[in-house]
Design a protein around this ligand. Structure first.
Ligand code: 4AD
Ligand code: MG
Length: 479
């Protein structure tokens, strides 16, 4: 008999039909004449209940059925009274596909801490929380591609190994095949990268933007969706060393088009999650409320689904950095020195505590901040006429802080060239980027959305290590 997925059984299964399901045991409960096995196969967060006669042949087999074991079950669908589902399976044939010794299997049917589960990343997919996150992650990958495809953007694969440092800031991971125990040196005693694989120093990319710009200046509208790498030694709940970034880039567009696209995209994918992931969102909502039940009422998060709808229904506030500094300087936590980094004046870089104050306390809606001081932003951003600010735009979200960073790009060759010199960006490694400003240069703009930060927001999870299957963070490279 052919296998049916549990999602289909629960949605479409008719009482009286015979089915075969395969999955992993979540719980086993022995009753008087029957045993109840809750089985999950990953197709949905819901388990199917299998009812097994304990009076007959199954007695011996049931002794080996424990949480984590894999089963194949054939039987008839019967109406379910107690399981919360329409139907359950009355087992007639059971095969134990894979045992799980209860003395060794780490995931028992009780609450495990997220810290504990991080150490069991090879098994944590089998919990409700992590399977829900994995399904939502998938849905969001699909929604991002659908959004851009439907709008006529082309997906571009940009390189992962690079000879340039796109942001001119972030720490990069070096890529080398040199023998580090006996590296070749040049005449001055420095590492001789001429003998390295590429004949020069190379790194893992921090962003696909620069190459996406090249493509946009021919194809019009493009986007990348790839892994990016940053060797920042910041052990926060919002930073990974390896994360995924979505980077659209549009020719013939300015910072306003960029903000419009960012807002439209975020709302589209959130709507997609509400339309397609409700079972998982409802589970995560309950989970979050459970987690926060000991907090004071005003410290609790907005209910997850309400929060998602709230973002959909309200326009994002759009203000300049200068206006934001004004608000922050006059804010209570700044005056009472309750911010860890007190804002002294114009020019300060904003920390996530400031971003969250603006979003959560002041505007109570997502905020797009524009026109940052040029000294705290990358070299490629379009310079404003004031000589002090650039056409940057960061989207700030509740609970997350910065979720998107982007800008209109400097399209003027001389201004870009001068800024690169000021910021010590070597022309030799970036000549190709500069050349696009010589040949048919046009206004263009783009941004980068941190995919894991989006998933943090959608799932209500508190730590970025829990929204990517195998997080890469300092001192952590298991799995
Ligand atoms: O603001 P960032 O550094 O911008 C860029 O890389 C631009 N090249 C993007 C562009 O204009 N095409 O990074 C963009 C976003 C951030 O807003 C944040 O959401 C995410 O990437 N991000 C990280 N996410 C997880 N871990 C990290 N270490 C991150 N660093 C940035
Ligand atoms: Mg940024």
């Amino acid at each position: 008999m052919k296998r049916t997925e549990i999602k289909a059984v629960l949605q479409q299964g008719d009482v009286g039909t015979r089915v075969k399901v395969m999955g992993w045991v979540r719980t086993k409960r022995i009753g008087k004449n029957v045993a109840f096995i809750a089985m999950n196969d990953g197709s949905t967060i819901k388990n199917v209940q299998v009812v097994v006669d304990t009076t007959g042949d199954f007695v011996k087999l049931l002794e080996n059925v424990h949480t984590g074991a894999a089963l194949s079950v054939e039987g008839n669908l019967v109406e379910s009274l107690g399981s919360g589902q329409k139907v359950e399976i009355h087992a007639e044939k059971i095969d134990l596909l894979g045992k799980a010794d209860p003395n060794e299997y780490p995931l028992q049917p009780k609450k495990h801490s997220l810290e504990f589960l991080r150490e069991k990343a090879h098994l944590r997919f089998r919990t409700n929380t992590f399977s829900a996150i994995a399904r939502i992650r998938h849905a969001m990958i699909f929604a991002v591609h659908k959004f851009f495809n439907d709008k006529g953007f082309y997906n571009i694969h940009t390189p992962i190994i690079t000879g340039s440092d796109a942001e001119g800031a972030g720490e990069m991971f070096q890529v080398t095949t040199l023998d580090l125990s006996n590296p070749p040196k040049d005449d001055e005693g420095n590492l001789n990268f001429k003998e390295d694989f590429f004949g020069k120093a190379s790194n893992l990319t921090v962003s696909g933007q620069l190459e996406a710009e090249l493509a946009a200046l021919a194809l019009g509208k493009v986007y990348t969706f790839g892994p990016t790498f940053r060797a920042e030694n910041s052990n926060t709940t919002r930073h990974l060393a390896e994360f995924w970034m979505i980077e659209p880039e549009m020719a013939f567009s300015d910072i306003n088009d960029d903000m419009d696209l960012a807002e439209e995209m975020l709302k589209y994918v959130i709507r997609y999650a509400l339309d397609n992931c409700m079972d998982d969102l409802e589970f995560l909502s309950k989970r979050q409320q459970d987690e926060e039940k000991n907090k004071k009422a005003d410290e609790r998060s907005m209910e997850l689904i309400e929060k998602l709808n709230f973002v959909l229904e309200n326009p994002f506030a759009r203000i300049t950095y200068t206006e934001a500094i004004h608000i922050l300087r006059n804010s209570k936590p700044n005056k009472k020195k309750r911010f860890q980094f007190v804002i002294e004046g114009w020019g300060a870089d904003l920390q996530s505590e400031h971003e969250r104050y603006l979003v959560e306390k002041h505007f109570k809606t997502p905020v797009i901040l524009t026109d940052y001081p040029k000294d705290i932003k990358a070299f490629y951003m379009k310079q404003n006429d004031d000589g002090k600010t650039v056409r940057a735009m960061d989207v700030l979200f509740p609970q997350i802080g910065e979720i998107i960073g982007g800008s209109q790009r400097e399209e003027d060759y001389n201004k870009l060239y001068t800024r690169m010199n000021e910021m010590h960006i070597p022309e030799e490694s970036m000549w190709w980027y500069l050349e696009t400003r010589k040949f048919g240069s046009v206004p263009h703009a783009g941004f980068g959305l941190g995919f894991e930060r989006l998933i943090l927001f959608l799932t209500g999870m508190g730590n970025i290590r829990d929204v990517i299957p195998f997080p890469r963070t300092p001192q952590n490279l298991e799995f």
